[in-house]
Design a protein. Sequence first.
Length: 747
Amino acid sequence: MFGLAVRTLRHRAGTFAAAFVAMVLGAAIVMACGGLMETGIRTAVPPQELAGADVVVAGEQRYDIPGTDESALLPERVRLDDDLVATVSAVDGVASAEGRVLDAPAPSGTVDAIAVTAAPGVGTGALKERIDAALDGVPATTLTGDARGQAEVLTARSSSEDLIALAGVFGGWATMVSMFGVASMLALSIQQRGRELALLRTAGATPGQLRRMVLGETLLLWFVATAAALVPGRFLGELLFERMADAGVVPAGIEFRQGWIPVVTAVGAALVAAVGGALIAGRRAAAVRPTQALTEAALDIRGMSPWRWLFGLLALSGGVALGIVTVTVMSGPLTSSTAGPAVILWAIGMALLSPVLIRGLTALLQWPLRAVAGTAGHLAVLNTRGRTSRTAAVVAPIIMLTGIATGTLYLQSTEDAANRDAFARGLVADAVVTSADPAGPELVERVAALPGVAGASALVRSTGFVETPHDDAQSDEGWTLQGVTAAGAAATTPVTPVEGALTGLTGDTVALAADHAHTLGVGIGDELTLRLGDGAAATVRVAATFDAADDYDTLLLPADLLAPHTAAGGVHEVLVAAEGDPDAVVAAVEELAAATPGLTVAGRDALFDDYGHLQRTMAFANYTVVIMIVAYAAISVINVLSASTGARRREFGLQRLTGATRAQVMRMVGAEGVLVAAVGITLGTLASAATLVPFSLARADSTTPSGSPLVYLGVVAVAVVLTLGATLLPARRALRQRAAEAARAAD
């Protein structure tokens, strides 16, 4: 049967073209996502300033959260005591050790990193082990090779973890979509060969022989397709990584890496998709009794298999379950973590159950179609009803395209709107003054003294952790730390004091939300031990508690306490709140800035724009994946419809021999395309709505998502254009053949 499979592929190349393209694209996408994941794991950052060092010693950025098994990356540079330079210099095999300052001037007595060169004849690996032994118990890490650049690019490790997570999610989604697409296209190719398989059954072929033949055909396709995907897979991975770097999702300096592991993963995923699709597609054709084979091939009267029912209902059940979790459990930015997979499950479930759903939708849509298209519409309805299985294979990618694109795009726009609203609620300042050099308290005092200013406060931002008392509410992301000026904190922060006063934020003090203080069991005058962003410990006294929005996860500290423990090393921003006319205050601050070198002023609108830029950077990954999945689904639509329409040459020939003109056949095909597009768009819209309604309720307390209606209209337009284009063009090409020759063609 393997030889028969080879001959079948050779003489029916067009039938398998769609499945072949699906395998190539699926393998390329998985390979690209694997490359992104490998890049995140390796975190290759070729050094620039430290290129001459064989080994680089840097502060340990990973922090073990007390009382948990979790760890986090500290956001600020963990500096080293300069006494360690002498310790490293004394290690056997070290030719030289030099302390380096890579960021802002380091605090007295510290260095950012130690550049170590090896003595002649000493290997890098051996030297690294000796330095590790000498620094045992010291919070430091030794870096070699391309990892040395991690000491220069502080955000490399944190962004690499994000890249790993994103690549895993994207790769998982892309694999699910590609596997479903491959299975659908293989099923269509088998359906188009119904008469051939039926004849083989009547000629004595056993079900096992037919299954082996279909499997052999698919394995040959898989082998050629995965080989063809090697080059585009690497190109796509590099392209995605470059776009992420351009958008700031990954910092400059990290280099793309794609070795053999992503290739093997992509080959394995393609193999699973191919074998699974072949087994599903060939099972029904091989299992029918010979006496029924020809009848089923001609009339397409087969129903849905129990497995299709099972997986379809499981997918919809999963979508329902995730929707319930989204509404009842999730909140804040984490809401999208359940809503995102839900839209995939809903789309897959709708596509799997489409043979049943098509019948109901066709019954609803037949009347307007017949009213508009007349006889062509009537024939289109009859063809759709008579070829439910084939129509379902055509509708499936339209459902995936419409459902996933609409759902994901509106998920992102709703998330953006919710974040922007939260930012607006927490934005008290009317302007921000930025200083190129670290600013002292005198700048804050000068701004606060301007006419119409209600208050001015230094702004320092970082992240930290509460070490004692133990904080059960603390996540692995820690708490936002904001450095403020005591006199202006009340006017420039969105909080309402409950106990104490923000004017007491001087020295080693902290202000925190009243419910957080209650959880920790502390009150005014009690002490907390904080781990600041650079790893330094700080014991602070509670000076005030306050009420704020539920998502205000911020601890307020004196700016002069927090600033030395940030990469900037000082205060560079001052928030300004207006007492009356904000425009007049902004003008007064701008006048002050014009007379003071190094100062710039931004108004409230500019603050929104800066926040919007950060949100666009965070959303880039989602939009990139949408583009990949939509592109894949679009190509699937073109492949499936082209193959399905092109295989109807004999049908078109018979219609023309019975008196139909080419124009009449084209009108019938066009009406079918409209009907198929309407069915697919309707089911895809339902799939996206089933996800967007619970997500919008949980995230924005609304049943409708945020975003322009043009987004949905654009998705619909793309689906319609693709469907009609992929239907009418192959039909026109098929009608060029003489009617008699087409009527004699095989199915």
